[in-house]
Design a protein around this ligand. Structure first.
Ligand code: SPD
Length: 355
């Protein structure tokens, strides 16, 4: 068996994260441009447990080594291997202006400035609910994306379980939606939003504490044209956040927006998520913008499994955790899923590690 496939197979057996040989190739392409483990994870688009185990295997195969500064480097054997296999350094032509999103945050400078000013006092991301806030540039770009797709002006919008990103606040600040309902399990975020709504006289927005493991009451089901959320990547959370998000939508042609990452789930799991969306919920995926969402590093990182299984002790110093921004649209016959969640695997499973 070829070396890349052999390593992928061994890592899959050890971590239970599904992989193929090209995943190992992409990791080697990343090592050709950076020695920083967290940047390698980012460039490889791999769940941390898989990237970590690939590095460890390649070290034991004598292909990689870790230097005194905890940088991951190719050995001479590794250099010979990448040359023999024709593996090239990872390339990046991402647009520096819009940061690759296609919707530049500075297109609405007033919204951006107001949001940045207000977000200065935001509650800190905490581990309990897998929090990790996206950059203000990401949040504002989400709003511009909505507006560009006809999903903002005059619309009833629900933002669910993602207010660590303050997207509900940013949507409300535009004063373009008809109604904004923000729900989150974290009372600190709800109080933060409600205080600002009151101070700024935004009377079409409200925030309310809700645990998405519980089914929605009738006065939330089928009431909105747009939902926005950002779930952890377990199956239970996918249903609680996105299944329930779809259940809030009024009719066919309504839209849902959410982030899905490859840092806490594999591409194989994405396929399963997409099958649930298309076959079970009867919605269509209209957009996937890879690496749209950039997450600021969270203070609790050293306590996470990701930090413990990493091949280096060094913490991330730059943005490395990104997710794709999905847009879906309901089709005739779409399903409103609203079952209770009893699954204990809500925030973490074998593919996830950053909670
Ligand atoms: N625990 C790290 C921060 C993760 C924030 N949530 C990202 C969810 C992506 N769907």
């Amino acid at each position: 068996m070829k070396i890349l496939q052999k390593v992928a197979k061994e890592v899959q057996e050890a971590t239970k994260v599904r992989l193929h040989g090209r995943n190992v190739e992409r990791l080697l392409s990343a090592v050709l441009v950076t020695g920083d483990f967290w940047k390698i994870v980012d460039l490889s688009d791999l769940p941390v447990p898989a990237a970590s185990e690939i590095v460890k295997r390649l070290v034991s195969e004598g292909i990689l080594f870790i230097d005194d500064q905890e940088n991951i480097r190719l050995t001479q054997k590794g250099v010979d291997l990448v040359n023999e296999l024709g593996i090239s350094p990872a390339q990046d032509y991402t647009c520096g202006a819009c940061e690759g999103r296609g919707y530049p945050f500075y297109a609405d400078k007033e919204l951006y400035r107001t949001f940045v000013e207000l977000a200065k006092d935001r509650p800190k991301a905490i581990r309990d609910y897998d929090q990790g806030s996206v950059t203000p540039e990401t949040t504002v770009s989400r709003v511009l994306f909505l507006d560009s797709r006809g999903d903002l002006r005059g619309k009833d919008i629900i933002v669910m379980g993602a207010e660590d990103d303050l997207t509900g606040l940013a949507v409300a600040l535009t004063r373009k939606a008809r109604r904004v309902l923000v729900i989150d399990i974290d009372k600190r975020l709800i109080d933060f939003d409600n205080r600002i709504f009151k101070e700024l006289g935004i009377d079409n927005a409200e925030a309310m504490v809700w645990d998405l493991r519980n089914p929605f009451p009738d006065d939330i089901l089928g009431q909105f044209e747009v939902f926005i959320t950002d779930p952890p990547e377990t199956f239970a959370a996918f249903r609680a956040f996105i299944g329930r998000g779809i259940a809030t939508l009024k009719e066919e042609g309504c839209a849902g927006y959410f982030g899905l990452t490859l840092r806490d789930s594999s591409i194989f799991r994405w396929k399963e998520f997409q099958e649930i969306l298309i076959n079970e919920y009867c919605v269509v995926i209209t957009d996937i913008v890879q690496d749209f969402n950039h997450y600021m590093n969270w203070d609790y990182h050293p306590e996470t499994r990701a930090a413990q299984i990493a091949p280096v002790k060094k913490n991330p110093t730059d943005i490395w955790y990104r997710s794709a921004w999905y847009r879906i649209e309901t089709l005739p016959g779409f399903k409103r899923w609203n079952d209770p969640i009893s699954d204990e695997v809500f925030y973490l499973d074998e593919e996830g590690s950053t909670t």
